[in-house]
Ligand binder design. Structure first.
Ligand code: EPU
Length: 341
């Protein structure tokens, strides 16, 4: 067997939800060639393959994965002026910190998002008024069918809100190995997100000084630590549901019934706050087994102990049904679910 492949491997430390799943085989690949070798290993044995990054946006739907779990653990960061090329296995937040140390801007609003760089394009990570696609240039990925290395630009990736082609036409087809970004070399604070502006005003407003990129990053970290449960303390994968988008007409009808419902205009209609709807159904703290709707943030499901994947998925279904019943709105699950493969 290949030296970087292990048998009967516990995935508990490879998913931030802390599900006690096991894999028949587990490979931690550190190069493009090791990824290809692992894929050939699985191909020869007719084993299904599940690809894993930092495990911070992944839910194992089964407690046993009867195949190969392939972790993309490639490392390396290279800067050339405003351009940066990053291997998929680098930690996202550490990359953000390194860009700020080098006086490169744009990623500060995306501070403290858990996970690997390679997973960032899959869900077009976003927070506090910024999204990855604004800085994205291209990525290299291994095509799982041909084992060729292909380069994809922004248009190829079809980015949307927490969305890309890797969740649709190219689902389970590409393994992202490198990401290229182009950052700003002059700083302009992005304070479009109300909570962030309020947080910055509280510290800078009276002093009359303008915030630096590091001030914005610090404020984002404070907000995230205050609002979101820390996966180091209690297992979770961040927002479990996307904020749903509805038409303007639908929104106006909903608003008559629910005057406080927070919303944001989008190019296609209106985005609604899923957390607010869940909170108004009194679902905070609701549990199935050890899976629980976080008492801190209604959009997050946490593992309060030894939750099974079935508990998490049953709880998610309960939340979806309740929101559908009361608001007639469908909530879409945001993290990647590994179903039986
Ligand atoms: N709210 C509640 N109850 C709660 C939490 C929030 O009513 O328990 C209300 C707040 O009052 C606020 C609104 O919901 O008016 C929005 O809350 P928040 O600012 O926390 O943002 P969110 O829409 O719930 C999104 C992202 C987060 C991201 C934050 C900040 C999605 C699915 N989630 O959450 O992303 O950090 O905005 O930008 O878009 C993630 O993707 O994993 C994630 C955590």
């Amino acid at each position: 067997m290949l030296s970087f492949i292990e048998e009967d491997f516990s995935l508990v430390h490879r998913n931030t939800l802390g599900i006690q799943a096991r894999a028949r085989y587990f490979a931690s690949a550190r190069s493009v060639e090791e990824i290809r070798e692992a894929l050939r290993f699985a191909g020869d044995r007719h084993l299904p393959v599940a690809v894993l990054g930092g495990g911070s946006n992944t839910v194992f739907a089964d407690d046993y994965i009867d195949g190969l779990v392939l972790a993309v653990d490639l490392e390396g960061v290279h800067f050339h002026g405003r351009a940066v090329e990053v291997a998929a296995g680098e930690n996202w937040h550490e990359l953000v910190m390194e860009t700020l140390r080098r006086d490169l801007y744009g990623l500060e609003n995306l501070s403290l998002i858990p996970g690997y760089v390679g997973a960032a394009p899959i869900q077009n990570i976003g927070a506090y008024g910024a999204e990855l696609d604004r800085y994205f240039v291209s990525l290299d990925a291994i095509d799982r069918q041909s084992l060729d290395l292909v380069t994809m630009d922004s248009a190829d990736c079809q980015f949307g809100y927490r969305d890309s082609i890797f969740k649709h036409d190219l689902k389970d087809r590409m393994i992202i190995v490198r990401v290229r970004l182009s950052l700003d070399d002059t700083f302009e604070a992005n304070l479009t997100y109300d909570d962030l502006r309020t947080e910055i005003e509280a510290t800078h407003g009276s002093a009359g000084t303008s915030p630096t990129a590091m001030d914005i990053s610090d404020a984002v970290c404070r907000l995230r630590r205050r609002k979101l449960p820390d996966p180091e303390q209690i297992g979770n994968v961040g927002s479990f549901f996307k904020n749903p988008e509805v038409s303007e007409a639908r929104y106006r009808r909903l608003l008559r019934q629910w005057p406080g419902l927070p919303s944001w205009p989008t190019s296609r209609g209106v985005k609604l706050s899923a957390a607010w709807m869940i909170e108004h159904l009194d679902l905070k703290g609701r549990a199935v087994g050890d899976a629980q709707v976080s008492s801190r943030h209604a959009l997050v499901l946490v593992n309060a102990g030894h939750a099974q994947s079935a508990d998490v998925l049953a709880l998610a279904a309960t939340v979806q049904e309740s929101v559908k019943d009361r608001f007639d709105v469908e909530l879409e699950i945001e993290p990647v679910i590994y179903r039986r493969i």
